[in-house]
Design a binder for this molecule. Structure first.
Ligand code: AVJ
Length: 335
């Protein structure tokens, strides 16, 4: 293993292993210029999360309307015994997109003597910082890190994953950010990590009354609006943009045909602006589409999982049927 040090001073020598697949890094400038030149205009939601955007997302999870995070956390508490029983002792937890420390701590705390944690993330700095934090909180846990883009197929066959039953953990309904075809490819990639005895625990937000969904993505306190509008502020700052952010409004709408919440930034007047010296025009009412958050029924998610070769084995929902944790396995003919 080679030792490496990132800007944060995180060192890979504390890790059980570090595999860097050198995923092509995303290009904010290119993606914004392409997205603003397209019809309709669109910008990928991954760019929400600069420093202020990440803080605003945390604030969103505290709004009364955004039930997603707190519902999943309460559900994880409620089913912890069943998860522990299914995973068994000495599990190896694999987390694509190493994310919320609260959730991973809950999961690890539920398990019977987990053997190892393997984080996987496209951002090396984020990955190593998250693993470093985790090793401080779980000093006896073996921790491995893989720098890779899990939305593409990542081959774990040749990696030094510690021995033990694997439990892949993909919470937060992150799967909802992807178009159905992309979601299927992502799930197929994860299926390839599983052997017949392994499990895959995924958090999925459910279809529910439109008013509840639209409010969750347009809270009365305006936090989600600030989160969405911050993308324009980021463009102005990082890409030398001249966008009048005050001329945009946040909109969250339920698209019933596509079973998803869409977030848009709506131009409230005709305007011209430049980004990185490229000129753009918008007309009053035109939008920049910034996020999709697909919602599923238990059956529609199971169908998606099956189409990726995954076998639904168990599922648990809160009493309001707002959110479901699905336990999937690789089914008959993997490996
Ligand atoms: C982080 C993608 C799960 O879709 O609910 C929250 C992001 N956007 N409010 C979601 C989000 C606006 C969130 N995910």
């Amino acid at each position: 293993m080679t030792e490496a040090r990132t800007a944060e001073g995180v060192s890979t020598d504390q890790l059980a292993f570090f595999s860097d697949l050198h995923p092509p890094s995303s290009d904010f400038r290119r993606d914004v210029l392409e997205g603003l030149a397209a019809t309709p205009k669109t910008i990928p939601p991954k760019y929400f999360y600069d420093r202020r955007g990440s803080a605003l997302f945390d604030d969103i999870t505290d709004t009364p309307e955004y039930y997603v995070m707190r519902t999943e956390l309460a559900l994880l508490d409620r089913i912890s015994d069943e998860i522990a029983k299914r995973a068994g002792p000495g599990a190896v937890v694999i987390e694509p997109g190493s994310g919320s420390s609260t959730k991973i701590d809950k999961l690890l705390g539920s398990l019977d003597d987990p053997a190892a944690y393997v984080g996987l993330d496209i951002s090396k700095d984020h990955l190593l910082a998250a693993c470093e934090d985790l090793s401080r909180r779980w000093p006896s846990l073996k921790i491995g890190a893989i720098c890779a883009d899990f939305t593409r197929h990542v081959d774990l066959h040749d990696m030094p994953i510690p021995e033990g039953r694997r439990l892949v953990f993909f919470p937060g309904s992150t799967i909802g950010n992807f178009e159905p075809d992309e979601a299927r490819e992502l799930l197929k990639g994860i299926r390839d990590w599983l052997r017949p005895e392994d499990g895959f625990l995924i958090g999925v937000d459910r279809v529910k009354p439109r008013g509840v969904l639209e409010a969750a993505y347009d809270d009365a306190g305006g936090v989600t609006a600030d989160f969405n509008l911050n993308l324009l502020t980021r463009i102005n700052r990082e890409l030398d943009g001249t966008i009048d952010t005050a001329a945009f409004e946040h909109r969250s709408i339920w698209n019933d045909a596509k079973s998803r919440i869409e977030m848009h930034l709506v131009a409230t007047r005709d305007m011209d602006f430049t980004v990185s010296e490229q000129a753009f025009t918008m007309t009053k009412g035109e939008t920049i589409h910034t996020e999709n958050s697909h919602k599923f029924t238990v059956a529609s998610f199971q169908a998606l999982a099956r189409s990726a070769g995954l076998e639904p084995v168990a599922d648990w929902s809160d009493d309001d049927s707002y959110f479901t944790l699905h336990w999937l396995e690789c089914g008959a003919e993997a490996w």
